[in-house]
Design a protein around this ligand. Structure first.
Ligand SMILES: [Fe+2]
Length: 294
């Protein structure tokens, strides 16, 4: 197999050809995928009809898995998938779409805000690998924003203002923005904020990027309203159309993105239709900032 990549986004995102993701990867394939991720930050693999075991094997050949434990409002006995998968579908354990007012669905709708996966964990995710098993009749795109290009386009004064800043990220902050306050005391404890650097440097390419997400609700040392206005301005800047690639899903698509260099968001679709998307995640190397003392 020989992998080739063609750019599909405005300044990033590539479509990969010449690979069957259901087969074991050779060292050259693994190296080509990582190199492609370093350059394009989002890679699209079309027509890959994978099962769970194949998706897991493909993911593990690229690195260490991040488990999806206690990150949603699904109780452990309500899980549809093992914790090696993040279930980003709208389906309950019996594979039926959640009722429109189900709090697990309403919490999940928070993924329609721009974010980076697991930025609410002290060690945030490296790559996410999302595979489409069923897609709705309309809507449900995933949009990606290139946070390296967004950083590069900042003026020097704003770059200097961002340097060294540390943000606090929590799923409570992102849900506040859409009017979801329905958390139990246990969930509030579980979703306590973590600290993340606002500017990250890619370990291979050395490119800087803005590490933003709707989970970011505070900047250490700043008054909250001022921090949120500053972060909102950065979000508006970073998600201008020239930095965004919109992926229109087909069943069998596998899309990998680098959470250190991109943000993404899901787009709406009819509530009564199934959107079965299964995500495996690669663990990050370590924290991006020193955590507050407990
Ligand atoms: Fe996500």
């Amino acid at each position: 197999m020989s992998i080739s990549i063609r750019q599909v986004g405005p300044c990033f995102a590539g479509e990969v050809e010449g690979i069957d993701c259901s087969k074991p990867l050779g060292d050259a394939d693994v190296a080509a995928i990582h190199a492609g991720m370093d350059e394009y930050a989002v890679l699209v693999f079309r027509d890959q009809p994978l099962g769970d075991a194949q998706q897991l094997a493909f993911t593990e050949s690229l690195g260490e898995i991040e488990q999806a434990i206690a990150t949603s409002l699904r109780a452990p006995d309500e899980l549809r998938l093992p914790t090696t998968f993040a279930d980003v579908s709208n389906l309950d354990k019996e594979h039926r779409p959640f009722a429109r007012d189900d709090r697990r669905r309403l919490f999940g709708i928070g993924n329609r805000l721009w974010h980076s996966d697991s930025s609410f964990k002290a060690v945030p995710a490296k790559y996410s690998l999302l595979h489409a098993r069923s897609v709705p009749s309309k809507g449900g795109n995933t949009e990606f924003a290139d946070m390296r290009a967004a950083y590069d386009a900042l003026d020097d004064e704003t770059k200097a203002a961002c340097e060294g800043l540390v943000c606090e990220h929590s799923q409570i902050y992102s849900r506040q923005q859409i009017g979801f306050f329905d958390f139990t005391d246990e969930e509030r404890e579980r979703f306590k904020p973590v600290r993340q650097a606002l500017v990250r440097t890619h370990p291979v390419t050395g490119r800087k990027s803005l590490y933003l997400a709707s989970h970011a609700g505070a900047i250490v040392g700043w008054p909250i309203p001022e921090a949120r206005c500053f972060l909102r301005d950065l979000m508006e800047h970073a998600t201008q159309r020239q930095f965004v690639y919109a992926h229109e899903w087909r069943v069998g698509d596998l899309v990998i993105w680098d959470n250190r260099q991109t943000m993404h968001r899901a787009r709406p679709f009819p509530a009564e239709e199934a959107r079965d998307m299964r995500r495996t995640t690669l663990a990050g190397d370590g924290p991006t900032a020193e955590q507050a003392a407990a």
